[in-house]
Design a protein around this ligand. Sequence first.
Ligand code: ADP
Length: 172
Amino acid sequence: MITALYPGTFDPVHNGHIDIARRSARLWDRVIIAVYDRPNKKLLFDAAERAALFAEAVRDIPNAEVVTYSGLTVEFARQVGARVMVRGLRAISDFEYEFQIALTNKKLAPDIEFCALMTSLDYAFLSASILKEVAMLGGDISSMCPPHVAEALRRRARERGLGGFVSHVERV
Ligand code: ADP
């Protein structure tokens, strides 16, 4: 039985992430989606919220589960018995970063294989930052993430006093 680990920040999960998770679940026996607890990034959702949003999105995939973790990803992979680490690759811009991470991880854990799945064409443009930016400005995000994620984003936007796009034209 092969367990694959799909680690990431997922702040929040979007259709590009879900697509990678679904395709991974078809390739490997068990997929553990691992939500990294405290990345060096400004976050909109805490780890428990990010995990709950992803868990709801993959509720129908029997061999996928979602957990949160902290510390070194390769250590966590070993802890859960994962032999494969999956990442998604968007455009050329992702490649250099992912290549560097993969080689670093390979040095730290030669026993774990790194596998990058190419994004599906429909999601090639999509990133969590783009999704958040559009959501915070009140744009239509229904084609980018599941409805429960869109709702969570709208709620967060309201809490922060954002979400309503006001068009403003100033004449001089
Ligand atoms: P990071 O883990 O680098 O903070 P994310 O949490 O946003 O980034 O993404 C987790 C993984 O999902 C990464 O491997 C990333 O390349 C991949 N990913 C992000 N957006 C997409 C997308 N639109 N299509 C496919 N894979 C994606």
